[in-house]
Design a protein around this ligand. Structure first.
Ligand SMILES: Cc1cc2nc3c(=O)[nH]c(=O)nc-3n(C[C@H](O)[C@H](O)[C@H](O)COP(=O)(O)OP(=O)(O)OC[C@H]3O[C@@H](n4cnc5c(N)ncnc54)[C@H](O)[C@@H]3O)c2cc1C
Length: 443
C-alpha cells in the first residue's frame, strides 16, 4: 500500500493556519473547540478534511453510532466550505435527462433524485440540528446571458417540471424585476435553492457532529496514510488515528497524502467581493425576494445579498492565489456593470478559495483501496452536493454496497498532463472571457 511523505513533527506544522479575512469570518457563529490530535486514537472511521464533505460524513457516522475521528489541517470550514458564496444549488451541471442517459435506467433516476434533492437535504440538516446560519430557502435563479442559454433554460425547466419540481422560466422583464438588473435575456427559477452563511453552517455541522460523539481535531494535518495490519493509520504531527475505514474529504485542497488524488481534479480559484449593507431603497430593487443567482457566462458570475443586505459578487479570477489587488478587478467591474444603480459601490470584503473541477463535470465518489474512500470534485456546486456526499461516504464506510448507494462509485483517474494545467487553463480562461465579451456586444 502506498505511504507518502515521511511523518514530519515540527512545532510549526501544528500551528493552525488562520482563516482568510472574509465577510463570513467577520459574521460567523463561534467555532466549537477542536484541539489538535495528541497521541494515538482508535476509531471505526477516520475522516481527513473538515469541510462540508468531511463534517457531514462525521455527523452521519456519529448519528449512526459509529465511532469517528476527523482530522483537519486548519479548522472546520477553513477550506472552500467557509469561503463560498453560500448558495445551496440543487442538481449538477448536467441536466436530469443527461444524467439518466449517462447512468442508465436503474442508477440514473436515483442519481437525479439525490442531486435534485441535495439543497432540500441541506436545509433539512440545518433544521434537524438547529444550526444557526441565516438559512433561507427562497430559490435559485440561473440567469441567461444569451438567447441560446435561455433556450437551454427552457429545456431544463421542462425536464425538472416533468419530475414534479416547481421550476419556472423567467422572461426578460420578470428576471430583471427579480434580480434588479436588466443585463440578462431571462433565466429560470428553481425554488429548491437558497442561501446560508457557509462558515456558520460548517461550524454548526462540526458542533452537531461533536454533540453526537464525533471527535474533531483542528491543526492536525494528515501527513501519512498507510496500512497497519488489517487497519489504516493516519498520522498527524501530534499523533495518529488507527481505523478500519478512512474517508478523504480534502477536495480542492487535496495534497500528496494519497498518490494521484490531487491530479484527479483541477483546482481553480474563485474570488468574491462584498459591499457594505445596501440602503433600504436599493434593497427594494436588488434581489427584493432574496433569491441567489448564478449566470450562464462561460466565466460564470454569482451574486446574492447576505442577511444584512450586503451585495456579494463572485467569479473566476487569476489561476494562482496571490495578494494582487487587481485580482478582484473582474468581479468588481462585473458588479458595477450589472448594478449601475449602486453608483460607486462601497466594498468592505475581498476573499477567495479553491474550487475543484472534474473533467466529466460530476463529483467523484471513489473507493481508492479496500476501506479507503474519497468524495470530491463538486465543480462549484458543493454547498448542497458535498453535504449530500458526506451521507453517501458515511454509508460506504458502514459497509453499504455499491448497489445500496444512489451514486456511481468510480475509479480514480489522474488527469493526463496535469502539470501543464496552469498555462492551458490560462488560455481557456482568456478565450472564454473574450467569447463572453463578444456575446455581450452582440446582444
Ligand atoms: C470562492 C468560492 C465560492 C463558491 N461558491 C459556491 C456556492 O455559492 N455554491 C456552491 O454550491 N458551491 C460553491 N463553492 C464550492 C464549495 O464551496 C465546495 O464545493 C465545498 O465547500 C467543498 O467542500 P469540501 O468539504 O469537499 O472541501 P473544503 O471545504 O475545501 O474542505 C477540505 C478541507 O480539507 C483540509 N485538508 C486538506 N488536506 C488535508 C490533510 N492532509 N489533512 C487534514 N486536512 C486536510 C483543508 O484544510 C480543508 O479544510 C465555492 C467555492 C469557492 C472557493
Amino acid at each position: 500500500m502506498p505511504s507518502v511523505l515521511p511523518a514530519v513533527t515540527t512545532a510549526s506544522m501544528t500551528d493552525r493556519p488562520a482563516n482568510p479575512d472574509s465577510l463570513w469570518v467577520a459574521t460567523a457563529e463561534p467555532a466549537a473547540p477542536t484541539p489538535p490530535l495528541e497521541g494515538e486514537a482508535k476509531a471505526d472511521v477516520a475522516v481527513v478534511g473538515g469541510g462540508f464533505t468531511g463534517l457531514s460524513t462525521a455527523l452521519h457516522l456519529a448519528e449512526a453510532g459509529v465511532s469517528v475521528v476527523l482530522v483537519e489541517a486548519a479548522e472546520p470550514g477553513w477550506g472552500a466550505s467557509g469561503r463560498n458564496g453560500g448558495q445551496a444549488i440543487p442538481g449538477l451541471k448536467l441536466d436530469p435527462d443527461e444524467i439518466e442517459a449517462r447512468f442508465g435506467p436503474e442508477l440514473g433516476p436515483r442519481v437525479v433524485e439525490l442531486v435534485g434533492g441535495a439543497a432540500d437535504f441541506v436545509f433539512g440538516l440545518i433544521r434537524r440540528h438547529g444550526i444557526s446560519c441565516h438559512a433561507a430557502q427562497r430559490g435559485w435563479i440561473s440567469a441567461s446571458f444569451s438567447p441560446a442559454a435561455l433556450a437551454l433554460a427552457g429545456r431544463r425547466v421542462e425536464q425538472w417540471q416533468r419530475r414534479g419540481v416547481g421550476a419556472r422560466l423567467l422572461d426578460r422583464a420578470t428576471a430583471a424585476a427579480l434580480m434588479g438588473t436588466d443585463r440578462y435575456v431571462g433565466g429560470w427559477l428553481d425554488p429548491r435553492g437558497g442561501a446560508l452563511q457557509p462558515l456558520s453552517y460548517a461550524r454548526g455541522l462540526a458542533r452537531a457532529a461533536i454533540r453526537q460523539g464525533a471527535r474533531i481535531h483542528g491543526a492536525s494535518p494528515a501527513t501519512v496514510l498507510r496500512r497497519d495490519g488489517a487497519q489504516w493509520r493516519v498520522e498527524t504531527p501530534g499523533g495518529s488515528v488507527v481505523a478500519d475505514q478512512v474517508v478523504l474529504a480534502t477536495n480542492g485542497y487535496t495534497d500528496t497524502l494519497w498518490p494521484g488524488l490531487a491530479r484527479s481534479i483541477i483546482p481553480v480559484f474563485s474570488y468574491q467581493v462584498a459591499t457594505r449593507p445596501l440602503s433600504d431603497n436599493l434593497r427594494r430593487t436588488i434581489l427584493p425576494e432574496r433569491h441567489v443567482v448564478s449566470d450562464t457566462r462561460r466565466l460564470l458570475l454569482y451574486f446574492r445579498l447576505d442577511h444584512d443586505g450586503r451585495l456579494l459578487m463572485g467569479g473566476r479570477g487569476k489561476l494562482k492565489d496571490s495578494s494582487d489587488p487587481n485580482l478582484y478587478g473582474y468581479v468588481k467591474s462585473a458588479l458595477a456593470g450589472l448594478f449601475p444603480q449602486l453608483d460607486r459601490p462601497d466594498y468592505a470584503y475581498f476573499w477567495g478559495g479553491k474550487v475543484a473541477i472534474t473533467t466529466d463535470q460530476i463529483p467523484h465518489l471513489h473507493e481508492l483501496a479496500p476501506g479507503l474512500h474519497a468524495g470530491l470534485g463538486y465543480n462549484g456546486r458543493g454547498v448542497a452536493m458535498a453535504s449530500a456526499m458526506g451521507r453517501l461516504l458515511a454509508l460506504r464506510a458502514q459497509g453499504k454496497s455499491a448497489t445500496d448507494i444512489p451514486y456511481p462509485i468510480s475509479s480514480m483517474r489522474p488527469i493526463p498532463f496535469h502539470g501543464l494545467r496552469l498555462p492551458v487553463l490560462q488560455a481557456i480562461v482568456g478565450w472564454r472571457r473574450m467569447m463572453d465579451r463578444l456575446e455581450a456586444g452582440a446582444r
